[in-house]
Design a protein around this ligand. Structure first.
Ligand SMILES: *Cc1c(COP(=O)(O)O)cnc(C)c1O
Length: 564
């Protein structure tokens, strides 16, 4: 089975998380969804890729929210054997002086146009490993720093050894975020000079040769967000793996910074939006950081009613999303509106079933769903409830929310509680529903079923953001802070609307701007001018879906990074 994938050289795409499908919980959020869309587009475009990730048998977590709005986490177990095939290859890595065996499952991602992509899921849950080591690949982003370090060793070093054992001829290694950067250390070992050729003080490794083979996509616009380990921990777990002085030169003198390591060992480095690349260049002076703005998978992120519309009027759009630029002239307004009404009915049904909240089909729905964490400011809309009530008295609206907080992100957990408090405070005046368990299906229902997609991050912390791109495929305009992709995607009044200005963020100013835009521009247009509203829906499709898709993104990775 694996033979059908090893006959030609491939790009190895490494990611800590990949969102393969809704019932495989090996992802936590945007990074994993992007990885999934990357592989889905690679399948459709028949790019020779092989993806590597952890099997994460216990998933990220299943979210329950209690009556007080507290998040309760449950393991989200899945059975790899139901979706994937266990391969008969096994490799060893040494952790804390013990041999830890790593096995692998093959998941074959089937594109919707006959393309297929191999995804390797690494698994240490083997009888020959000790009980502690068997758990290394169980919990996505679980455990402490030691656990995380071991996971990243299994991903980067175990993963590249497995590809070799399986007979893959890897042209280039693409690291989706720094978690997998240890793979470059493994390559260094493979490209070490014979000891007798190394003069004192010279690097024992052919670093230029390693750099030629590595591509690094960074996703985090703040230093504090980058994975780092103390060298003390590194030595306890990985003592002697590579020359320590060389490692410090590559990954930082004071601690082992995975982003630095990846930057120093990759010839091609890119950020995930133009602004994010600029921020990264400032954060890491001296590195060439390109920009390849993210995109989302056209077919995967378009709801049924819009898929039918595009299939009828713009055949071929799935392979060539650029065709959507003609949607304004090729599809009539009423057909676009009716497709939206259908998607909205689906969301209303889901909200009723999942939270017992009845949304009014005649009232505008605002949507906000993403990882619940401080910088995303999910509470910005609710920062002045009196103001919100006043807006709703003139132009009624309702809100649907969703999102998980990382179990150890106390601020994020409190935000979920605070949002539930606001829901109670607004009862009878503004209907607000919180859908528990934000996953791929919920995301599609939301981005297609709401009327306006909100995003209010604190600048410049949103590297890209992708949910607004998904909304665009479904004719849903964004009302968003100018950060990440929206700097490139926003044309005021044409594709959606901006919140605040493009300088530094402040909560008060941004909240005022958000409320003002809603009251003065967005809701009056929604209720007062259907033709004008559909024009903005079409603007989102023609100007943004045609560009912010993962086919364009992968064609660029192909030309600019993979075949240099
Ligand atoms: C798209 C998606 C995200 C990322 O959305 P952002 O706008 O980048 O925050 C997170 N979680 C799920 C389930 C998604 O589908």
């Amino acid at each position: 089975m694996i033979k059908s994938f090893t006959h030609e050289p491939r790009i190895a795409y490494f990611s800590m998380e990949i969102a393969l499908r809704n019932d495989i919980p090996t992802y936590s959020g945007g990074l994993g969804v992007l990885a999934g869309d990357t592989i889905r587009s690679a399948a459709d475009l028949e790019l020779p890729l092989v993806a590597v990730t952890l099997v994460s048998r216990c998933g990220y977590f299943r979210q329950e929210i209690d009556a007080e709005g507290r998040q309760i986490e449950h393991p989200d177990e899945w059975a790899p054997g139901e979706h994937a095939t266990l391969l008969d290859a096994k490799v060893a890595v040494t952790l804390e002086g013990r041999t830890v065996w790593v096995a692998a499952w093959l998941y074959v991602l089937e594109g919707h146009m006959n393309g297929r992509q191999p995804v390797i899921l690494l698994d240490t849950d083997l009888p020959e490993n000790n009980p502690e080591d068997r758990e290394i690949t169980h919990y996505l982003y679980g455990g402490d720093m030691r656990y995380r370090l071991k996971q990243e060793v299994v991903l980067g070093i175990g993963g590249s050894r497995l590809l070799q054992a399986l007979g893959f001829d890897v042209r280039r290694y693409h690291m989706n975020e720094g978690h997998s950067a240890f793979l470059a250390l493994e390559l260094m070992l493979r490209h070490a000079y014979p000891p007798e050729d190394v003069r004192p003080g010279e690097s024992p490794y052919d670093i230029p040769r390693v750099r030629e083979r590595c591509i690094f996509t960074t996703h985090t616009p703040v230093e504090a967000g980058h994975d780092r380990f103390s060298y003390e921990l590194w030595q306890q777990v990985m003592d002697g793996f590579v020359d320590l002085a060389t490692l410090k030169q590559l990954a930082g003198e004071t601690d082992l910074n995975m982003t630095r390591l990846a930057l120093n060992l990759s010839e091609h480095v890119n950020g995930v939006a133009k602004r994010h690349a600029e921020v990264s260049r400032r954060m890491f002076p001296g590195y060439r950081v390109n920009a390849i703005t993210n995109g989302v998978h056209p077919h995967f992120w378009t709801c049924d009613s819009f898929t039918r519309l595009y299939d009828t009027h713009l055949p071929g759009w799935c392979h060539e999303p650029e065709l959507l630029r003609r949607a304004d002239c090729c599809i009539d307004d009423e057909a676009v509106w009716q497709a939206h009404v259908q998607a909205r009915a689906g969301l209303i049904e889901r909200v009723q079933a999942r939270c017992g909240v009845a949304l009014d089909p005649e009232v505008a729905i605002l949507g906000f769903a993403r990882r619940m964490t401080a910088y995303k400011r999910p509470d910005l809309l609710f920062s002045d409830l009196e103001r919100l009530r006043e807006i709703a008295r003139h132009h009624p609206f309702q809100v649907v929310l969703a999102g998980k907080a990382h179990p150890r992100d106390e601020g994020g957990r409190q935000l979920i509680e605070r949002l539930h408090r606001h829901i109670r405070e607004l009862v009878g005046e503004i209907t607000v529903a919180y859908l528990p368990g934000y996953d791929l299906d919920t995301a599609l229902a939301l981005v297609s079923g709401v009327d306006v997609w909100l995003n209010t991050p604190l600048r410049p912390l949103e590297a890209s953001g992708t949910s607004g791109m998904k909304a665009a495929f479904n004719g849903v305009p964004s009302l968003s802070v100018l950060d990440g992709w929206w700097i490139e995607g926003c044309i005021e009044g044409v594709t959606g609307w901006a919140v605040g200005n493009s300088n530094e963020s402040d909560n008060e100013g941004d909240a005022r701007s958000l409320h003002e835009k809603l009251e003065q521009v967005v809701l009056p247009l929604y209720y007062g001018d259907r033709r004008g509203w559909v024009a903005v829906m079409k603007g989102a499709i023609t100007k943004n879906a045609s560009y912010f898709n993962s086919h364009r993104m992968m064609r660029r990775y192909g030309v600019e990074a993979y075949i240099r």
